[in-house]
Design a protein. Structure first.
Length: 461
């Protein structure tokens, strides 16, 4: 089985739990990493996954001194209460990096703040702004704007900075500690299908089992609705990108729920298939009716949203599945962060055949938590990666991805390159320039493509 080749290793000092690549052209070389550190003596009863199922063996990794000297710290982009890292029990740092012209790793910014549980870029620009949302241990959702100006540096041709745009607390009771655990933007299909959006929604899950729906209007976050969804921590929430009135959630009570937020706080679907807490959900933005879930029970499950009684496929991954990410262009491969099981890439293109693990990475020495695909196009990849990474491209549609991964107790961030083959190809309208979207064409057979009127080969895609 192919492995993932390491490009860079970075010591985040605090425990690392999230990685997210910017999806907006031409800034897709930019990515962020979030960290989570518990101060000595803090109450750890409701630590987001993050300490509820693992031991406390903390590894020590020394940072290269010449890189350490390049660190810069910003606190003036935060509200006053976020400026002192010692003013909260759980503290974090937000790192922003970019890949240089030769794939070198460049640190752009570092911001001190409360511990970070989740990070996500908005999939599209909103009012010409590139936005990053942060969920933190104080129950806050922060929206940062990515500011960029041209510069002459030969490695990164833009000067980047994150600036706080707005923030909102989802905690309804200030006396009860609430951690914002995860969130999702409603814009998952917008970049793929070139759909504009002025006032996107965010769904946020929290440590008290709640779901909060927010709307970003201009530069202001507004609460639309909130409800109690789970008896314990609501580890994950996600939109149905094809119908953003539907919100999914997964919790430590092993329930996978679906809500129509227009109607009532009662779920329209309740599933108890998972044998442990539900920790990850991600809707497929290219093929309608597909969502995937991950769980502490170490299984990836693929669901048809038209019938959520049972999964269409179940794939054991060898570790609690903390994060699942579809690849950003065809949504045929999943990147899975599997805690004790490391990282896996799963090929889901061969439907109705079951998904298969096609690459793995076990280079981290601690719990695998954060992972994401870089959104580079094939041409952008070729501009920064060595030619040998593309030498094996053939008729079997070899795929090359840059990914970011991070692990918790060894506080390590890595970037890597993954190359592997897959037999089947899903034709996407933005890639093949077709007006007809063949959502269920999973074939490279020339006769079948001919019958469909598609005389295409790999060279055309």
């Amino acid at each position: 089985m192919p492995s993932i080749k390491t490009l860079h290793v970075w010591n985040t000092k605090y425990s690392a739990d999230s990685v997210e690549w910017c999806p907006v052209v031409p800034h897709r070389r930019v990515f962020v990493c979030g960290t989570y550190q518990v101060d000595s003596g803090a109450d750890t009863h409701s630590e987001a996954a993050i300490s509820s199922t693992v031991d406390d063996q903390l590894a020590t990794v020394e940072q290269d001194e010449d890189i350490q000297r390049d660190l810069t710290t910003d606190s003036d982009e935060n509200p006053p209460e976020l400026q002192s890292p010692m003013s909260y029990k759980r503290r974090g740092r937000l790192f922003m990096f970019a890949l240089g012209c030769s794939a070198e790793l460049c640190l752009l910014q570092q911001i001190e703040m409360p511990a970070i549980l989740d990070l996500k870029w908005c999939h599209i620009e909103i009012h010409d702004k590139i936005l990053l949302a942060v969920a933190n241990a104080k129950g806050e959702v922060l929206i940062y704007e990515l500011l960029c100006t041209k510069k002459s540096d030969i490695s990164v041709d833009m000067d980047y900075k994150l600036s706080l745009l707005t923030a909102l607390s989802i905690a309804e009771d200030s006396e009860c500690e609430t951690l914002a655990l995860s969130f999702d933007w409603s814009t998952g299909r917008n970049s793929i299908f070139n759909i504009s959006e002025e006032n996107p929604l965010l769904t946020v899950s929290d440590s008290r089992g709640g779901i909060t729906l927010l709307r970003l209007t201009g530069s202001t976050l507004e609460r639309v609705d909130s409800w109690r969804a789970h008896n314990f921590e609501a580890w994950i929430t996600a939109f149905d990108y094809w119908n953003t009135s539907i919100v999914y959630s997964g919790g430590d009570d092993c329930k996978f729920l679906a809500f129509d937020w227009r109607c009532s706080p009662n779920p329209v679907s309740t599933n108890r298939t998972h044998e442990a807490g539900v920790t990850s959900l991600h809707c497929n933005a290219v093929t309608e009716h597909i969502i995937v879930s991950g769980s502490y029970d170490e299984n990836l499950r693929v669901w048809d949203t038209r019938s959520l009684k049972r999964p269409t496929d179940t794939v054991p991954l060898g570790g609690g599945v903390w994060r699942l990410k579809w690849d950003p262009h065809r949504c045929q491969h999943l990147l899975a962060a599997c805690m004790h099981g490391g990282f896996r890439v799963v090929d889901c293109s061969a439907r109705p055949d079951p998904p298969q693990v096609v690459a793995e990475f076990n280079g981290h020495q601690s719990l695998a938590y954060g992972s994401d695909f870089c959104h580079f196009s094939k041409e952008e990849l070729k501009s920064i990666l060595p030619e040998e990474d593309f030498e094996d491209e053939s008729q079997c549609f070899d795929a090359v991805f840059i990914i970011g991964t991070c692990s918790f107790y060894d506080h390590t961030l890595r970037t890597g390159a993954a190359t592997f083959s897959f037999k089947y190809l899903l034709i996407c309208p933005h890639e093949a320039e077709l007006t007809l979207f063949l959502a269920h064409c999973f074939t490279e057979d020339p006769e079948m493509l001919g019958l469909l009127g598609l005389n295409l080969g790999p060279q055309d895609l």
